[in-house]
Design a binder for this molecule. Structure first.
Ligand SMILES: O=C([C@H](O)CO)[C@H](O)[C@H](O)COP(=O)(O)O
Length: 213
């Protein structure tokens, strides 16, 4: 099980500061969608250059032009790029083919997918690397989470790795790791804390314990 730090509400210098603080405790650093909107793929490039030992995920949430956008993110230094599960298969296939050429990986974000079980099976057959359940900020504000959805994809996904994102905090992490996703994505649960390093270290320890169990 791996831990991904999601950076959403920062600029590039702030992103570097946060990563410097917690880099020993995370596996992947995510350049979040709001950061890409504000700073462009330059954010991916600068973080990869500054932290070459960490994998960098570009959260582009691709909905169209899969191959082209994956190519651009890969050229900027991304190791993993996100595509939305709600899009059509042609976009996902294009993204997967291009990622293979580039030596990068595709994480499909299932945010707002209505028939999760059926769509997860379809997407699993397309050769993606990760399938991720995700409750976005707007539904988190309404008290929702994806813990139940994680159990669904754990049951039906046979090839891809499974991942979960959306509002995970230190106190809810044990419930998440019990279901054994391959990847846990945490943003505000680390970035919103006073002592980010201590929280990331505790999360890492919970995740590694569960991986050994
Ligand atoms: O993908 C995300 C969201 O849609 C904003 O871009 C976040 O990175 C993801 O939800 C993880 O962040 P937290 O919910 O703060 O843990």
């Amino acid at each position: 099980m791996e831990l991904q730090l999601a950076l959403d509400l920062v600029n590039i210098p702030q992103a570097k500061e946060v990563v410097k603080e917690v880099e020993g405790h995370i596996d992947i650093v995510e350049i979040g969608t709001p950061v890409v909107i504000n700073e462009g793929l330059r954010a991916v490039k600068e973080i990869k250059q500054a932290f070459p030992n960490l994998k960098v995920l570009a959260d582009l949430k691709i909905m169209d032009a899969g191959a082209y956008e994956v190519m651009k993110a890969s050229e900027a230094g991304a190791d993993i790029i996100t595509v939305l599960g709600a899009t059509d298969d042609a976009t996902i296939k294009g993204a997967v083919e291009e990622a293979k050429k580039q030596g990068t990986q595709i994480l499909v974000d299932m945010i707002n997918v209505k028939d999760l079980e059926q769509r997860a099976k379809e997407i699993d057959a397309l050769g993606v690397d990760y399938i991720c359940v995700h409750t976005g900020y707007d539904l988190q504000a309404a008290g929702e989470n994806s813990f139940q959805q994680l159990q669904t994809i754990k049951r039906v996904v046979k090839n891809a790795k499974t991942a979960i994102a959306g509002g995970i905090k230190l106190d809810t992490l044990p419930e998440v790791v019990e279901t054994q996703p391959d990847l846990v994505i945490v943003g505000g649960g680390i970035t919103g804390q006073q002592d980010k390093k201590a929280v990331a270290a505790k999360m890492e320890s919970l995740i590694k314990q569960e991986s050994l169990a």
